[in-house]
Design a protein around this ligand. Structure first.
Ligand code: FE2
Length: 138
């Protein structure tokens, strides 16, 4: 199973701060995925990685939301709701991890719950936000 998040230039939203945080977010997801796929490490370690990912996602979302507020971005509420939805997915994963599913199974769930969401959110919402910020600062 080849599951990895690759950050490419097409995923750039044109705002350096956001792009850098997305790359870091991808790194955290990949670390968790490889640990699950290699079936390495204890459940406690995976849990730690997941908590780390969750904290980082929160931090990143707060940064994006601060930018939206600063620029009086109209779609802020809708965008914020999406961020909340993602955090709920991570909480679900945290619960699943405590149930002790097979690691491969968990990797498939991460793929479905995290990766698909991230690609779609970045390509749609974050890109729209990036365009807006760039126009506002031009
Ligand atoms: Fe976002």
């Amino acid at each position: 199973m080849e599951l990895n998040l690759y950050w490419t230039r097409e995923l750039s939203v044109g705002v350096d701060q956001i792009d850098a945080q997305h790359r870091e977010l991808f790194d955290h997801v990949n670390q968790l995925l490889s640990a699950c796929l290699a079936d390495k490490g204890s459940a406690a370690q995976s849990e730690q990685m997941l908590t780390f990912l969750h904290n980082y996602a929160n931090e990143h979302f707060r940064a994006e939301e601060a930018l939206m507020e600063e620029h009086h971005y109209q779609a802020l509420e809708m965008h914020r709701r999406q961020h909340l939805g993602f955090c709920r997915r991570l909480q679900q994963l945290e619960r699943r991890l405590l149930d002790n599913p097979a690691k491969q199974e968990l990797a498939a769930e991460i793929n479905e719950m995290v990766i698909d969401w991230l690609y779609e959110h970045i390509c749609m919402e974050d890109r729209a936000l990036g365009n807006f910020i760039r126009q506002a600062s031009a």
